[in-house]
Design a protein around this ligand. Structure first.
Ligand code: RIB
Length: 307
């Protein structure tokens, strides 16, 4: 039974929920190679669910719009969302398709390889967005990623725009996006790999990253926040170019760090922090997340100061 939230949502997350099967190993295999791994863990994940959890832990009332299987993984995910205080009214249980899963390998340096079987995430449809209209009314931010069908992403972006909600799109995993979709995005948050794939430009140096971000800005997004791991975050808007440093930490697992950044960013913006303060807060949250293993289990409970 979906639980009603006490407060109206200020962050609406539309996206995927997965169960992550994670194997730790000293090095990541190349194609055709077998490596002997170490510890195995089953961890809650999925870019949408991760971002919803990160935003909720950063204090925002969150509503999650998703399609999860009517199986044990889906049931466990739903219970976890409720424990996190996330609004689950617009999560649909799909009786025909299993919940999404991800196979993940993490090496000694905290780097990862991820392959996702989308399952029910692939059946999150435009009709589900239409039915979730109430979640968008009065919300401050809408967070999206690309693990659900593109027409659904577009429908959610359009609805958010109509309702005056700030749209944040994490273009992960990379998929080609039409200009009409990019034009609906207020804040685009690619990592270096996605930035290179979206622009066809190199991202080796800081200047390369700025040039690639400039190219994305030309395609109509409101601003670009390129999340570049230890190099920090590059913010490029019409009148602004700025780098935000990442604190130095010992990374043990970077899975979900981008999701933590996006969730914390949305939460900070929704309480009225300026762009710069919200980015600083999100960088701090993401840096903490990489010091602990797993996606959702690694996200910190830290709140931005309300403005
Ligand atoms: O961003 C990390 C996430 O990507 C993992 O939790 C995995 O489920 C995939 O969706």
């Amino acid at each position: 039974m979906a639980r009603r939230q006490k407060q109206p949502p200020s962050v609406v997350v539309v996206g995927s929920s997965n169960t992550d099967f994670v194997v730790q190993s000293s090095k990541l295999p190349e194609p055709g190679m077998t490596v002997l791994g170490g510890e195995f863990q089953i961890v809650p994940g999925g870019k949408g669910a991760n971002q919803a959890v990160a935003a909720a832990r950063a204090g925002a009332p969150v509503s999650f719009v998703a399609n999860i299987g009517r199986d044990d993984f889906g049931g466990a995910a739903l219970q976890r969302f409720e424990r996190e205080g996330i609004g689950t009214r617009f999560i649909v249980r799909d009786r025909h398709t299993p919940s999404g899963v991800a196979l993940i390998m993490v090496d000694d340096k905290g780097r990862n390889l991820i392959s996702v079987a989308a399952g029910s995430n692939d059946r999150l449809a435009k009709a589900h967005i239409d039915r979730a209209k109430q979640a968008f009314a009065g919300a401050r931010c809408c967070l999206l990623q690309l693990e659900t069908p593109l027409p659904t992403v577009e429908a959610a972006l359009r609805l958010a725009r109509r309702e005056g909600v700030t749209t944040i799109l994490d273009p992960a995993p990379y998929r080609r996006l039409a200009k009409r979709i990019l034009q609906l995005v207020d804040i685009l948050t690619p990592n270096e790999t996605e930035l290179a794939a979206m622009t066809g430009l190199p991202v080796k140096t800081k200047r390369d990253i700025e040039r690639a971000a400039e190219a994305l800005l030309q395609s109509g997004v409101g601003e670009v926040l390129a999340t570049c791991g230890v190099r920090g975050v590059c913010r490029l808007a019409k009148q602004e170019k700025n780098w935000f440093q990442a604190p130095k930490v010992r990374a043990v697992d970077t899975v979900g760090a981008g999701d933590c950044f996006n969730g914390a960013l949305a939460s900070a913006l929704s309480v009225g922090l300026t762009g710069a303060a919200a980015i600083q807060f999100a960088v701090k949250a993401a840096a903490r997340s990489v010091t602990r293993p797993g996606a959702q289990p690694s996200f910190p409970k830290i709140k931005p100061d309300a403005h």
